[in-house]
Structure formats: C-alpha cells, structure tokens
Design a protein around this ligand. Structure first.
Ligand SMILES: O=P(O)(O)OC[C@H]1O[C@@H](O)[C@H](O)[C@@H](O)[C@@H]1O
Length: 260
C-alpha cells in the first residue's frame, strides 16, 4: 500500500507511482483527426492503384482498418502495415519525398508525408480539443505526487502538447521523433513505454499505461506495467481488454470517481 494512498485516489493499483499517457485519443481528440487524414490519403492512393491494376476499389475502413493496422503505430509502420494488408508493398523512399508525389511513384515516406500535410491542414483549420476529464486527471496525478510522461508514436506530439497547454502538466515526452532518434521499436513493442518509465526513473511495475489503441495496450501488456488502462472512445472496449487492458474506461474522469 502506498504510504499516502495516492494511487488509490487516481483509481490505480497500490504501488503505482507514475503515469504514461498516450496522446492521440487519450489526452486529445486527435485520434479521430489522424483517422480522417489517413482515410483521405489511403483512399486517394487506392483509387489510383485500382485504375492501374483493374482490381476492385475497396476503401479504407476508418474503424477496422484504422484500429487493426494504423492506430498507435509510428507513421511509416501505419503506411506499411495497412498496405501490406491489401498485398501492396512500396519502396521505402526518404524523408524528403514530397507530399504531392504522384501516386504511381509514391513511397512509404512520400505517402506518410502526404498524410502529415493533410493532418496539419485539419489541425490548423479545426484546432485540437483536449478531453477535459484527462486534463483534470493530469492535474490530480500531479497534485497526488505521481510522475507523468506522454508516450506517443506521433512526431507532432510536442506541438500538440504546446498548443493545448498540456505541456506544463507532463514531465517527460517520448514521441515519434524520439523513436527515430533513439532507434526504438514502435508500439505494439513496449520500447517507447519502457523509455517513458526510464525517463521518469521508475520500474515498469510502478507505472500505469493509458492507451486507446490496440497496439498501445498490447505494448503495455508486453512491458509488464503495473496497470494498463484502456480508454474506449469508439466502442472498442472488448478489443482493448483482449489486447491487454487491465481496466477499461470511457473517460479518465471515471477513475477519479466522477460521474460520466
Ligand atoms: O504521423 P504522426 O503525427 O507522427 O503520428 C503517428 C501515429 O501516431 C499515433 O498516435 C496515432 O494513433 C496514429 O494515427 C498516427 O499515425
């Protein structure tokens, strides 16, 4: 039992002293924005692909395809894994491949850059919404003395934390840029969460993982963390449990005992 019972007031098991929060879909509503940008990108690519091959057009499914192949993973892994599910393999290309690269010559990096340009246009136009229950939870965790890191595959994490004012509530960040710089495997591998725990100076069993992606709860289970909180914003609670969540909530405010 913690001396002050601080984990308990946050709805976490005894012995948990740190929180590792995914960003998109856990702290901010940006999972839905990523999903829309991916759909626009992949559907454009698939339309051009079927024109060349004569295969029937099957659009990107924003529920099943997103959660199975893309959600939570680093950008290039999302491109590769979704296209592989359709039997398509592109050359890797390089980071400077243009976002408007013609589809017939495109690469993994080029398609990723196209999706990122689309994502940033949407964020510029519509802004980013913070889940207020998550902001309250971050404040409660800070006030209870728990350590707090954001662990996201997104290379846009720093900007999103800054525009939303969430940056001041977290002490460490492991993101898509860190993964590249430090050659860490993306979710569903546990490496990014393990790096988050290291950054906070805690052992995995002292840290709770908060995730809305199937790949993310898998990473939490693989890393042996003290708790894996699945955050179900889209009705996929059962799948979150199957992939590794030890508890599932629809909003972090539920862990604070608030009604929702
Ligand atoms: O393209 P970014 O901003 O680096 O993000 C990579 C991935 O980050 C994850 O957090 C999202 O769930 C994915 O949808 C996204 O593709």
């Amino acid at each position: 039992m913690d001396e002050d019972g601080s984990a308990e007031v946050l709805g976490l098991p005894d012995g948990v002293t740190a929180c590792l929060f995914d960003l998109d879909g856990v702290l901010t509503n940006t999972a839905a924005v990523h999903d829309k940008a991916w759909k626009a990108t992949f559907d454009g690519f698939l339309r051009a692909h079927v024109e060349r091959t004569g295969e029937p057009f099957r659009e990107f499914d924003p529920d099943a395809d997103y959660s199975t192949h893309v959600d939570g993973k680093p950008r290039a892994d999302g491109v590769r894994d979704f296209l592989a599910s359709r039997g398509i393999h592109l050359p890797e290309g390089g980071p400077d491949d243009p976002a408007d690269q013609p589809y017939e010559d495109t690469t993994v990096a080029g398609l990723g850059n196209r999706k990122n340009a689309d994502l940033l246009r949407r964020i510029d136009a519509d802004g980013v919404e913070v889940y207020e229950g998550s902001r309250r939870y971050l404040r409660a965790a800070r006030d209870a003395g728990l350590r707090r890191a954001v662990v996201s595959s997104s290379a846009n994490t720093r900007q999103v934390l800054e525009v939303t004012g969430l940056a001041e509530l977290v002490e460490a960040r492991v993101d898509g840029v860190t993964l590249q710089e430090e050659h860490l495997a993306g979710k569903p591998a546990p490496d990014s969460f393990l790096a988050g725990a290291r950054a906070l100076g805690v052992a995995p069993e002292q840290a709770a993982v908060f995730e809305d992606a199937l790949s993310g709860v898998q990473a939490g289970r693989a890393g042996g963390f003290g708790a894996v909180v699945g955050v179900d914003r889209v009705g996929h609670g059962a799948a979150l449990r199957e992939h590794g969540a030890s508890v599932v909530v629809t909003d972090l405010s539920q862990l604070l005992g608030e009604d929702r």
